[in-house]
Design a protein. Structure first.
Length: 431
C-alpha cells in the first residue's frame, strides 16, 4: 500500500471526484448548482448557460442566414448553414442553431427588429423551445370522455375487430369477444382504447365503410354506454367517424392523417379530437418507396402541413394530436431513428402519440422473431418513447406496458421534467 493510501490522504486527479452530471432539466441543473452553495442570484444565470439546444430551421432565405449567424455569434453561440450562402449560389438553406437558453433569450428579441423574415424566424425559435420544454398538463377533451396528457405517459390499448390485423387478426372479430377484450384492457390500466375494424398492415386493401361499421358498430355501442376511458376509433372513413361518435366514441384516430378533405370537415363538425398520423401513400402502397433524404425532417414537415390544412378547414388546435406513424412507409432503420428522436415532434405543439407495439422493425431488431414474441421489445420502445416526452403510447400489450412505464415515468419525475410549466418561459429573462 502506498503511503498516501495508508494515511487516507488522497493524491492526484482522483481526489477531485470529477463527474459529468446527468441533468435532464433546468430544475435539476438548478438543484445541482444550489448544492455548491453558490450565490442564489447566480443560480438562474448559470442554469441558462448549462444546456445547448440545437434548433433546426428549414428554408431560411439567403439574406437572413448570415444575419442570423451574426446575431448568434454576437452572444457566443453559433449557427451552421449551407456553403452556398457565402457565394450566393444557394437561395435558401437549412440552418442548425447552437445556443443555450440564455443565448436564445438575447437573440430572439433582436431578430424581431430585423428584415428578411428574421422576425418570423425568431418567433419560430421561440415557439419550438417553448413547446419542446413545456410539460404543462393538457386535457384531450373527447366528445363524451376526456383524458389528461402531459403528466404520466398515457397508454392506448388496441382492440382490432378485424379478420386480418397483422398481430391479432380474427381473435376479436366477434363483437362479444372484442367487448370482453376491451374491458380486460381497461382493467389492465389502459387510459384510452383504440377500436379499429380495418387492418392497415402493409399491403392491406381498404375495407368498405359499410363493412367497417358492421364490425365496429356493436362494439362502439356497447362500450359507449359504460366505458370508463375515452374510446378512439381507428378509421380513415368520415362516415364511420360520424357514426362512431354518434354511438358513443370520443375521438378519431386517422392513419390517413386527415388528408381526405371530407375527414377534415367531419372532424371539424364533430368537434372530436383527432390523431393525425403520418403515412406515405396508402397501406397498399406505403412500403414500395421508403427513400427519404431526411426522414425526421420530412415526416415533421408533412405533419405540420396536415395540421395546417385541418386548422384551415375549421378544426380547433386543441382537437389535434400527432403521430409520426412507425412502420407506415418507413423501414426498420427509419423507425428506430424516429423513436430515438420522438421528442422533436413536440415542437409542433400538439400531444404526441406513438405506436411501436409488435411491429416488424422490433422483430428485425431481435433477429426476425414472430409477432407473438415482440412484447418485451414493445415495452422497451414504449419506455424510450416516454423518456422522449411522448404523451400517449399505442399498444396491444397493456399490462406489460403500464408496468414498464411506471419505471420510465418515475425516472422522468425524478428529473423534475414535470415540475416546470415551461422551462423556456418560466425563468427570469434578465441577465
Ligand atoms: N398502427 C397501426 C394501426 N393504427 N394508429 C396510430 N395512430 N399509430 C400507429 O402506429 C398505428 C395506428 C397498426 O397496428 P394494428 O392496428 O395492430 O394493425 P392492423 O392495422 O393490421 O390492424
Amino acid at each position: 500500500m502506498s503511503g498516501a493510501a495508508s494515511t487516507g490522504r488522497r493524491v492526484g486527479p482522483e481526489r477531485f471526484r470529477a463527474r459529468v452530471l446527468e441533468a435532464s432539466s433546468f430544475a435539476e441543473l438548478a438543484r445541482e448548482i444550489e448544492r455548491t452553495e453558490s450565490d442564489p442570484e447566480g443560480v438562474g444565470i448559470m442554469t441558462r448557460k448549462a444546456r445547448i439546444f440545437p434548433v433546426r430551421l428549414e428554408e431560411v432565405p439567403l439574406k437572413a442566414a448570415p444575419l442570423l449567424k451574426q446575431e448568434m455569434l454576437a452572444t457566443g453561440a453559433d449557427s451552421a448553414h449551407a456553403r452556398g450562402i457565402a457565394d450566393h449560389s444557394a437561395e435558401k438553406s437549412a440552418v442548425v442553431l447552437l445556443g443555450t437558453w440564455g443565448q436564445y433569450r438575447r437573440v430572439v428579441p433582436k431578430l424581431a427588429r430585423q428584415p428578411f423574415q428574421l422576425k418570423a424566424i425568431g418567433e419560430a425559435i421561440d415557439l419550438a423551445l417553448r413547446r419542446y420544454t413545456s410539460h404543462a398538463p393538457r386535457t384531450v377533451r373527447g366528445v363524451h370522455r376526456s383524458v389528461e396528457v402531459g403528466g404520466e405517459t398515457r397508454v392506448m390499448g388496441v382492440v382490432n375487430v378485424t379478420p386480418d390485423s397483422f398481430s391479432d387478426g380474427g381473435q376479436f372479430l366477434d363483437p362479444e369477444r372484442a367487448i370482453a377484450h376491451a374491458r380486460t384492457l381497461i382493467d389492465e390500466g389502459a387510459d384510452i382504447l383504440d377500436l379499429g375494424a380495418e387492418s392497415t398492415r402493409p399491403g392491406a386493401e381498404p375495407v368498405p365503410a359499410e363493412e367497417e361499421w358492421r364490425r365496429l358498430g356493436p362494439v362502439v355501442e356497447a362500450l359507449g354506454k359504460d366505458s370508463t376511458v375515452p374510446l378512439s376509433v381507428d378509421t380513415r372513413s368520415p362516415e364511420v367517424a360520424e357514426r362512431a361518435i354518434a354511438a358513443g366514441a370520443d375521438l378519431i384516430n386517422d392513419v390517413g392523417g386527415l388528408r381526405d378533405p371530407a375527414m377534415r370537415r367531419a372532424v371539424a363538425r364533430l368537434g372530436a379530437p383527432a390523431i393525425v398520423m403520418h403515412m406515405r401513400g396508402t397501406p397498399a402502397t406505403m412500403q414500395s418507396d421508403t427513400t427519404y433524404r431526411d426522414v425526421r425532417a420530412e415526416v415533421y414537415d408533412a405533419l405540420a402541413r396536415s395540421t395546417e390544412l385541418a386548422l384551415a378547414d375549421g378544426v380547433r388546435p386543441e382537437q389535434l394530436l400527432i403521430d409520426p406513424g412507425l412502420g407506415f412507409g418507413k423501414n426498420a432503420e427509419q423507425n428506430v431513428e424516429i423513436l430515438a428522436h420522438a421528442g422533436e415532434f413536440r415542437c409542433l405543439g400538439y400531444p404526441v402519440v406513438l405506436g411501436a407495439s409488435r411491429k416488424s422493425f422490433l422483430g428485425s431488431l431481435l433477429g426476425g422473431v414472430g409477432v407473438q414474441e415482440r412484447q418485451e421489445a414493445g415495452v422497451a420502445a414504449a419506455v424510450v418513447a416516454a423518456l422522449h416526452g411522448v404523451d400517449i403510447v399505442r399498444t396491444h400489450d397493456v399490462r406489460a406496458t403500464v408496468r414498464g412505464l411506471a419505471v420510465a415515468d418515475a425516472v422522468r419525475l425524478a428529473g423534475g421534467r414535470l415540475s416546470a410549466e415551461s422551462e423556456w418561459s418560466g425563468l427570469p429573462s434578465t441577465e
